[in-house]
Design a protein around this ligand. Structure first.
Ligand code: HAM
Length: 436
């Protein structure tokens, strides 16, 4: 059998790759209006960045990271040796940790500087069990704003994400925006204890995984997919009843900005997100219909301690990421037509082999003049050349045969209106002008 792509990975075939390019361009355009500029970080980072940044108890780090290993280190391991922890590498499961690492490494937010507003787009890798909307390699577009803790940063980020969804064709009415606050290191420890105590009271109803993680991070139980755990956690203490004054003020201010912008949201006290770096605001955007269980198309929040966690100075941060493939599923569910890859302004057909050199030269000249042109390369009949022109979506066709070669003139046919215009084959600029 022919070799297939690895489990959970997919090819973006030309039409999808075209849509991915437009998707990124729309992101750059929308996010650019909010001052975001592009950063590119490596796909592979030191494993310890994710362990320290995302958190050892998270599924992403404890179960889902792909380890990258050099041939030399692999040999060392198979020979019974070990690999230095600084040489342990992982494929990035998300983009935030790498961006924050880059900000710290290059001092992109010197003390007192304006915040760094950074955006990225690219592949992420998580060794999850593949299912609809859950892949092992997937594409994210994300933003990170480092250096400002004002609630207006969070609110403008959330608004910007919803504007982006609209711009790519996912209407706000098809989505649900969930928000919550995770508190900070002042108020969260007491809340965590309250949840731990509540879980201890309901020990017999919780799954082993939740109980095992209760010591390290009991809040992970809010994420558990087990129905019984979900029912128990529905009545668990709410973080919003345990926020300190400054976290409450921050949360209220974010919501006030969202209200003023006319955004509808649902406060969800069980929204804790799957990554441990969050402080204060967290949010998620879900699609309400046709997506199954993997219905989150984007999410993010504030992470005011992450820069310190990876060894930098205290730098507040906020960001989000959205999943390209899940957005495609949402658009397909909504019946949206996708653009076709490739354009063809002019197709030059040949009524006989003797016209091929002239067709070749004309196609080349039109391309040199900046338009997309094509011809047959498979000795097709004239009829099947016309079929090919249709398949390519050619807007105009010129047919060259012995008459055209003799007279030096031809007919330019508009494939939509069927209008025919005589053209002088020696006057390429007039032909190109007629393609407008
Ligand atoms: P996340 O919620 O883990 O957040 O991922 C963001 C989005 O990526 C999800 O909402 C989903 O659309 C998509 N996604 C995640 N995992 C998969 C998968 N296995 N297959 C397909 N799509 C997937 C983050 O990654 C954070 N870094 C977001 C953030 C940025 N927080 C602060 N700054």
């Amino acid at each position: 059998m022919a070799i297939q792509s690895p489990e959970g990975t997919f090819d973006l075939l030309p039409d999808e790759a075209e849509f991915w390019a437009r998707f990124k361009a729309t992101a750059a355009e929308v996010f650019g209006r909010y001052g975001y500029v592009t950063i590119e970080t490596p796909i592979v980072e030191r494993t310890e960045l994710f362990v320290r940044g995302i958190g050892e108890a998270t599924d992403v780090v404890s179960k889902e990271m792909f380890t990258a290993i050099s041939g030399e280190n692999l040999k060392r391991l198979t020979d019974g040796g070990s690999v230095k922890s600084s040489s342990r590498l992982s494929l990035r499961p998300e983009g935030t940790a790498g961006v924050v690492r880059a900000v710290v490494q290059h001092d992109l937010v010197p003390q007192g500087a304006a915040p760094a507003k950074l955006m990225y787009a690219g592949q992420m890798f998580r060794a999850e069990r593949p299912q609809k909307g859950r892949q092992r390699q997937f594409n994210q577009v994300g933003i990170e704003c480092l250096g400002a803790e004002a609630p207006s940063v969070d609110a403008e980020g959330i608004i910007m994400l919803m504007r982006f969804f609209e711009a790519v064709g996912i209407p706000v009415s098809a989505t649900r925006l969930l928000v919550n606050s995770m508190g900070c290191e002042e108020c969260r420890p007491a809340y965590r204890e309250a949840v731990r105590a509540y879980m201890a009271e309901h020990e017999t109803q919780l799954c082993e995984e939740c109980l095992r993680r209760a010591d390290i991070n009991p809040l992970r139980a809010f994420d558990c997919k087990n129905e019984r755990c979900r029912a128990v956690m529905d009545s668990a203490p709410k973080i919003t009843d345990h926020l300190c004054d400054s976290c409450r003020d921050h949360y209220e201010a974010v919501k006030a900005y969202l209200d003023a912008a006319g955004l509808t949201y649902i406060e969800d006290h069980k929204l804790v997100r799957g990554l441990d770096y969050y402080t204060r605001t967290v949010f998620e955007v879900q699609v309400t219909e046709g997506m199954g269980s993997q219905n989150a198309i984007g999410g993010g929040g504030r992470y005011d301690k992450l820069a310190q966690e990876v060894g930098g100075r205290a730098t507040p941060g906020f960001g989000f990421a959205l999943g390209f493939e899940r957005c495609v599923l949402a658009l397909r569910a909504a019946g949206v037509e996708f653009p076709r890859a490739g354009t063809c302004d002019l197709f030059v057909a040949c009524a006989g082999d003797e016209a091929r050199p002239q067709a070749f030269a004309l196609v080349q000249a039109v391309r040199d003049a900046g338009r997309a042109a094509e011809q047959d390369h498979q000795a097709r009949s004239l009829k099947s050349q016309f079929k090919l022109a249709n398949k390519l979506g050619a807007r105009y066709v010129i047919t060259l045969g012995s008459d055209e070669l003799v007279t030096g003139t031809a007919v330019l046919r508009n494939m939509e209106t069927h209008e025919e215009t005589p053209v002088d084959l020696a006057d390429v600029s007039a032909i190109v002008a007629a393609l407008e």
